[in-house]
Design a protein around this ligand. Structure first.
Ligand SMILES: [Mg+2]
Length: 241
């Protein structure tokens, strides 16, 4: 291993190794189309607000497996439509299919596979730490060849907690046999990945995504990269673990 390189790098999945946002935008349009005829004129924005708010407040229930995926989707749709309409099972199935289409259509971020391969070639252990149901996240990784490209995949459902809880990071590092102080996290969520990873005792963090402007950088932040490509490798070289 090159001196100064971490012994392990933990990657977030959605919008880090996988380009998720474009598929999520398509899902939003498809869901809007599916419910539009069941809502009064002008109610779509209110519906989407309720649809988003339910996920924001309750995602941990499905991400940890406490509520099955199908049940969670039904509850979310019923909640979002409650002021105007009670969805029947056909509509629930149609909206659920929109989410399935997202999982089936996401692709790898440019450069992601090369970064994983370069790290492993260099003797660095790599893992994925992701908030999401085990079945959905595993299926995405398998379809995109990520399962074989990493040394471990830890979902929030495996742990029963969601990032930024440190236990998600610690479970991955236990499996890899690497202590937190010799590991780095790479992810697009400032709260879940960057701050969560650093609070869990990891030596460093790389933030994926747009510049956050004047937000103060916490100790351990190695820098920012537009995507999980070559830039990440350069930032990791700056670490002296
Ligand atoms: Mg993410």
């Amino acid at each position: 291993m090159t001196p100064g390189r971490p012994q392990a790098v933990l990657f977030d999945l959605d919008d880090t190794l996988i380009e998720y946002a474009p598929a999520a935008a398509r899902e939003r349009e498809a869901v809007t189309e599916a419910v539009r005829d069941h809502l009064p004129t002008g109610a779509v924005a209110g519906f989407l607000d309720r649809f988003d708010a339910y996920l924001f407040r309750h995602h941990a229930e499905v991400d940890t497996g406490r509520v099955p995926v199908a049940e969670f989707r039904d509850r979310r749709l019923r909640h979002a439509m409650r002021p105007w309409h009670s969805p029947d099972s056909a509509l629930c199935r149609r909206v659920a299919a929109c989410a399935d289409a997202t999982a089936a259509s996401v692709g790898l971020a440019a450069g992601a596979a090369a970064v994983l391969a370069a790290l492993r070639d260099d003797g660095v252990r790599v893992g994925i730490v992701t908030n999401g149901p085990l079945g959905i996240q595993t299926a995405k990784c398998t379809r995109l060849g990520l399962t074989d490209a990493v040394d471990t995949l830890v979902t929030s459902q495996d742990v029963g907690r969601t990032k930024p809880d440190g236990e998600v990071f610690h479970e991955a590092l236990r499996r890899l046999g690497v202590r937190p102080g010799a590991a780095v996290v790479v992810g697009d969520s400032w709260e879940n990945d960057v701050l969560g990873g650093l609070r869990a005792g990891l030596a460093g963090a790389v933030h994926i995504g747009p510049d956050r402007g004047a937000v103060p950088a916490p100790p351990g932040l190695l820098g920012r990269a537009e995507r999980a490509g070559d830039e990440v490798l350069h930032l990791l070289e700056d670490l002296h673990a």
